[in-house]
Design a binder for this molecule. Structure first.
Ligand code: HEM
Length: 389
């Protein structure tokens, strides 16, 4: 069997080149964590299989943490639940997180994008991550959910996010403290929204009344961690890709009607969810003739499947006029991204505005990137220079 060294230089330096090399050899490759699935047909199939589940607290168990607050917190996140527990909470949240609510929110997203773009247009260089992608994703998410923006809340959310890493033992005290602070903060906020509901997601969930306070707190933390870094890094990846494809940037600047196609093409071509969310076999299961024993781990490698030449014509070409591309960046099956409609609106409202205002953007110093093994992949620093005439 071919193997993918997730921690080796080839994958770290150019993950797409390494994934393309392996995908040409076979639809699957062995990694230290489990089997990476690399082609579109098989990734699509595995995302639908009910014999597979998301990892829950399995990665904590691998680090020797098998019970207590951290395990309970981890198991409470929607993405980590399965079966009836998942179906019930997902149904209730979907009832509030509707396309209608997202569409009604579109002008707010457009306003936040316009404000940040005009600040960029007042100068001729910026760090695209610090000055646009990060504040845009953060402000949109907090406004949509109804969480006041504060440095404390950001810090606590980011500390709780450490639960998804592989240094949980070392970070245990920090995570525990953050959970306690967030619980107190959210209890207070829930009481306020119950007393005086507003036009936001949290008020809709509180007013509905069918989620318990524990479920509500867990849902808010889920949304804050699932809806911020993903969008921020998706925007960073998009800008890095446009820097390498300047004719596509010019085209978008001239053709804002390509907004919807662009929003799909950037998530296909350079997904922030590069590796996808791993799955664990609940029972023995076969994919394309290969047996996965109960307990084995399977990685739906979105970044490879989205450029599979068996599915996409000219798969390695970034083309914002492409239509009907069935990329897998938002996952599939019961865990299909709950925030996909909001993410689409964010990309549709921001990228054409940026392309119209910032002419001929070019790198303006070295970029810095997260390692591609993180839950999300993208630049943490992306200095660019541009003209605005
Ligand atoms: C470009 C941005 C985004 C990307 C690439 C992304 C990607 C994903 C992926 C890969 C999954 C897992 C799907 C699976 O494995 O089948 C997921 C689930 C989820 N996402 Fe997103 N996401 C994005 C934006 C958002 C936003 C803006 C929100 C909320 C405001 C959000 C909330 C969620 C939630 C709650 C889940 C768990 C759903 C469940 O388990 O039922 N995401 N997302």
């Amino acid at each position: 069997m071919t193997s993918l060294d997730l921690y080796g230089a080839a994958f770290r330096t150019d993950p797409y080149a390494e994934l393309a090399r392996l995908r040409d050899l076979s639809w699957h490759a062995q990694t230290a964590i489990g089997t990476a699935v690399l082609r579109h047909a098989e990734v699509q199939q595995l995302l639908q299989l009910r014999e597979l589940r998301t990892p829950g607290a399995d990665f904590l168990a691998l680090q020797g943490i098998t019970d207590g607050l951290l395990v309970d917190t981890m198991r409470g996140f929607l993405l980590n639940t399965d079966g009836d527990d998942h179906a019930r909470v997902r149904r209730l949240v979907s009832g509030a997180f509707t396309t209608r609510r997202v569409e009604a929110f579109r002008p707010v997203v457009a306003g936040i994008a316009a404000e940040l773009v005009s600040a960029l247009a007042a100068t001729d260089r910026c760090d695209f991550v610090r000055d646009f992608a990060q504040p845009f994703a953060l402000r949109v998410l907090h406004t949509f959910v109804g969480i006041p923006l504060s440095a404390d809340v950001q810090q606590w959310t980011s500390d709780v996010g450490l639960l998804f890493g592989m240094d949980v033992v070392a970070n245990g005290d920090r995570i525990t403290t953050a959970i306690a602070h967030l619980d107190a903060f959210l209890d207070d906020l829930l009481a306020q929204r119950r007393a005086v509901p507003r036009d936001d997601l949290l008020s809709a969930l509180v007013t509905d009344g069918r989620l318990t306070d524990v479920e509500l707190r867990s849902m808010v933390v889920t949304l804050m961690s699932a809806g911020q870094g993903t969008v921020q890094h998706q925007l960073g990846n998009a800008m890095a890709t446009f820097l390498a494809n300047p004719e596509q940037w010019r085209l978008l600047g001239d053709r804002p009607d390509l907004a919807a196609r662009t929003a799909e093409e950037v998530v296909r071509y350079c997904p922030s969810a590069l590796l996808g969310v791993p799955r664990i076999a609940k029972s023995d299961v076969t994919i394309n003739g290969l047996l996965f024993r109960a307990g084995s781990c399977v990685l739906p490698v979105t970044g490879a499947a989205n450029r599979d030449p068996l599915t996409f014509p000219a798969a390695a070409t970034f083309d914002i006029t492409r239509s009907g591309a069935p990329h897998l960046t938002y996952g599939g099956g019961i865990h299909f991204c709950l925030g996909a409609a909001l993410a689409r609106v964010e990309l549709q409202e921001s990228l054409p505005r940026l392309a119209a205002a910032l002419r001929a953007p070019r790198p303006d110093g070295p970029a810095e990137w997260l390692p591609p093994t993180e839950a999300v992949y993208g630049p943490t620093r992306l200095p660019i220079a541009y003209s605005t005439d």
